[in-house]
Design a protein around this ligand. Structure first.
Ligand SMILES: Nc1ncnc2c1ncn2[C@@H]1O[C@H](COP(=O)(O)OP(=O)(O)OP(=O)(O)O)[C@@H](O)[C@H]1O
Ligand SMILES: [Mg+2]
Length: 337
């Protein structure tokens, strides 16, 4: 089920391409990407650095730099209404109303998301005021309540403190509170915990998971850390060189990865004679998304490539087993395919 049933789909990206004109030529870091996120679902988007995860997430919010040209459709559905975010005027009222209101985003570095000049409470109240005309006292109540919900101790006192008085983990909680203030339908979390140490990381992810249940929102969880994907996600999309190369339910993808890239990413254990096991690593580097030859993007690095099969056209994402998609002409799962 690539597109969770239509009426339960909150966000549907169709054939998204992003091009960036550079002096050397045109870069296409996102190439014909399609994805759907169901209501209340957490979809993981994983892939190595530079594969296009952030460009994709920023395209949803319309916050890529003006030199990025975006094609395709990004349909956001809510209350039976469906709108194409890419059709909205960049920086216009319509997209601004969606951004930070119906779709919220949290980034890797919470420090950069707050101004050092104002108290945390002040900035959170602003988020309440912008999206629903509430008076100051009421806004403070809502903010304190939400700070409590995300596990910030002494929220009344914390309200009047400045960002530098918060630890990284506390500030990320405050950022999550900011994202939740408008009860968004979709939360985009782009590497939300990479700047935090491991124990805090686990707490923050657990918090997001439990808040998701309370708020019933969907989450697009972007990471290159597969370890946290199992904890967080319902389904996982694996991205390589601007395309989705594999998509499946989380347990399925961990137990039966089909694409050689996914298998490499997972450090799939390959049995080598005498029962000895060795970690499989992906050799080579990701090619630049410019003037790509007409073949599988993973060709150069793939241990299973076939010149006859894999060149001349690029494989498309195809349902290999029910609900499990791979863009590979020779899906690798032993014993099943
Ligand atoms: N404004 C830009 N101008 C030129 N190239 C860009 C621009 N933004 C992104 N890129 C390039 O596009 C590719 C995809 O970038 P993106 O930030 O989406 O990667 P990512 O998957 O989020 O990586 P990471 O895991 O490191 O965050 C990269 O090669 C990046 O260098
Ligand atoms: Mg990124």
């Amino acid at each position: 089920m690539m597109e969770a049933e239509n009426k339960n789909v909150v966000l549907e990206i169709k054939d998204l391409s992003i091009t960036i004109k550079l002096d050397e030529g045109t870069l296409t870091p996102v190439r014909g990407l399609s994805l759907a996120i169901g209501k209340g679902e957490t979809l993981g988007l994983v892939g190595e650095s530079g594969c296009g995860k952030s460009l994709t997430s920023k395209a949803i919010l319309g916050i890529n730099t003006p030199n990025c040209k975006t094609l395709g459709q990004i349909m956001f559905r809510e209350n039976g209404k469906s709108m194409d975010l890419l059709k909205m005027r960049p920086g216009g009222k319509e997209i601004r109303n969606i951004r930070g209101n119906r779709i919220s985003m949290i980034f890797q570095e919470p420090m950069t998301s707050f101004s050092p000049l104002y108290t945390v409470g002040n900035q959170l109240s602003e988020a309440v005021a912008v999206h629903s005309k509430k008076d100051k006292k009421k806004a403070r109540e809502i903010v304190v309540e939400t700070m409590k919900k995300v596990g910030i101790p002494n929220p009344e006192k914390r309200f009047d403190q400045y960002p530098h008085e918060f630890s990284g983990g506390m500030l990320q909680r405050a950022l999550i509170a900011m994202a939740l203030l408008c009860s968004p339908g979709l939360l985009i979390a782009d590497e939300p915990t990479t700047a935090l140490d491991v124990t805090i990381q686990a707490q923050i992810l657990e918090l997001m998971r439990s808040l998701q249940k309370d708020y019933g929102m969907s989450i697009l969880y972007i990471t290159h850390d597969l370890g946290t994907v199992a904890q967080m996600c319902d389904r996982v999309a694996v991205m390589y060189l601007g395309q989705i190369v594999e998509l499946a339910e989380v347990h399925e993808i961990f137990n039966h990865p089909l694409h050689p890239y996914t298998r490499g990413l997972m450090g799939s254990v390959h049995k080598i004679g005498g029962g000895k096991e060795r970690l499989f690593s992906i050799e080579g580097t990701v090619p630049l998304a410019m003037n790509l030859p007409d073949r599988c993007g993973f060709y150069e690095r793939c241990g299973h490539r076939s010149e006859k099969l894999c060149c001349g056209c690029a494989p498309v994402l195809t349902e290999v087993t029910p609900g499990h998609y791979a863009a590979c002409l020779m899906p690798q799962e032993e014993g099943r395919v």
